[in-house]
Design a protein around this ligand. Structure first.
Ligand SMILES: [Mn+2]
Length: 246
């Protein structure tokens, strides 16, 4: 089941990530594989509290994939599962900043940990963080595989290491498209050079998807207005296919 969540007000600057769900679903409908998806349009609101409530209530008990929108929606999606999973997050940034009252795409991971909505966090592909964020990661024993470590060990080895860490656990997979190198995914608001390739990401998802503990997933932060030749939207549609493949 796909949940379209065109919400962008968890972003700290003007953004067009709200246009991504329609673009990705349109791309999927043109795909020669002609896969049929069960799609739910989640009603979004500029009232942040109401918006969170709408997302939480839309979360089904079976496996789902949320399509954002900015990364703040992950907070409500995980809260809506009521399963306190481990969060596995592909991202260039850890999104653990301090200092916002509302849940934003810069601090939602800190809030997920502090409010005990997740049992822990494993970051994949990190390469840009502040001192506050790294202090928080260390203090809370959050695990991370930086993009540098992925280069050194190779995606296969890192995926195997992650899978042994996840065995027997309930987990949720969140994919911020900026975890991928902007050369492969240019349609983002915060490009960070030095990321993994789109091939590495699709390999990673293919392996992780087969694990029993995966309860839900999301794909966020694609900005179609900044895309080049639909590369990022197309990658987004391949990610959705990989996440929903049986
Ligand atoms: Mn993010």
């Amino acid at each position: 089941m796909l949940l379209k969540i065109p919400f962008k007000h968890g972003s700290m600057k003007e953004s067009d990530t709200d246009k991504a769900p329609d673009k990705i679903v349109e791309m999927l409908s043109k795909d020669y594989e002609k896969i049929k998806f069960d799609i739910l349009d989640v009603e979004t609101s500029q009232d942040l509290i109401e918006n969170q409530k709408n997302i939480e209530e839309a979360v089904p008990s079976r496996f789902f994939v949320g399509i954002g929108g900015d990364h703040s929606i992950t907070y409500s999606l995980i809260n809506g599962t009521k399963k306190k999973p481990l969060l596995v997050m592909m991202d260039a940034h850890p999104d653990c900043e301090i200092g916002f009252d509302n849940v934003t795409h810069e601090d939602f991971v800190r809030k997920l940990v502090e409010n005990q909505i997740v049992s822990g966090v494993v970051f994949i592909g990190l390469r840009k963080w502040s001192n506050d964020e790294m202090n928080f990661i260390k203090k809370n024993n959050l695990v991370f595989f930086s993009s540098y470590e992925i280069m050194q060990k190779g995606i296969k080895r890192v995926t195997e290491d992650l899978m042994s860490l996840l065995r027997g656990k309930k987990f949720y997979l969140s994919i911020d498209i900026d975890g991928v190198d902007p050369g492969f995914a240019p349609g983002v608001d915060w490009p960070e050079p030095g990321g993994i390739t789109s091939r590495e990401l699709l390999y990673f998802i293919g392996k992780i998807k087969k694990m029993d503990g995966l309860i839900g997933a999301d794909l966020v932060e694609i900005n179609p207005e900044k895309d080049v030749n639909n590369i990022t939207v197309k990658l987004g549609s391949e990610i959705i296919k990989a996440l929903t493949k049986h």
